[in-house]
Design a protein around this ligand. Structure first.
Ligand SMILES: [Zn+2]
Ligand SMILES: [Zn+2]
Length: 127
């Protein structure tokens, strides 16, 4: 068997350089075709496994992009960029005018005021 394998790998090398099966004895030709199709099958199975693994990894995290510094996940690259540029490792710069609460995003501050200080003007600031 090792003799055949050795010969077949030689044939494969030849096939890659000439890209033809012609000139081979019929038995060798058949064996070569069988061997090649088996190789292709194995490659396809491997690709399928890789695809399934990638799919699983994406599903398990749920995020396509992740911040290297703090591990926060984001669906879009733009959101991740906004996070790394303006949020990550930074002090919250939006301060609630009615209490000590601070937030990194303006929208979050508006949300905070609506929930915690109902009736107050969301947009007014004592600063
Ligand atoms: Zn971060
Ligand atoms: Zn507040």
């Amino acid at each position: 068997m090792s003799f055949i394998n050795h010969n077949l790998s030689f044939i494969t090398v030849k096939l890659k350089s000439t890209a033809t099966l012609s000139g081979l004895p019929p038995l060798m030709k058949d064996l070569a075709i069988m061997w090649l199709s088996k190789q292709q099958q194995q490659q396809q199975q491997q690709q399928l496994r890789n695809q399934q693994q990638q799919q699983y990894q994406q599903d398990s995290t749920g995020f396509a992009y992740r911040c290297d510094a703090c591990g926060k996940g984001y669906q879009h690259k733009a959101t991740l960029l906004r996070h790394t540029r303006h949020e990550c490792g930074k002090e919250p710069k939006f301060k609630c005018p009615y209490c000590v609460h601070r937030t990194k995003q303006k929208g979050n501050l508006y949300q905070h005021i609506r929930t915690n200080h109902p009736g107050h003007n969301v947009y007014s600031s004592p600063n």
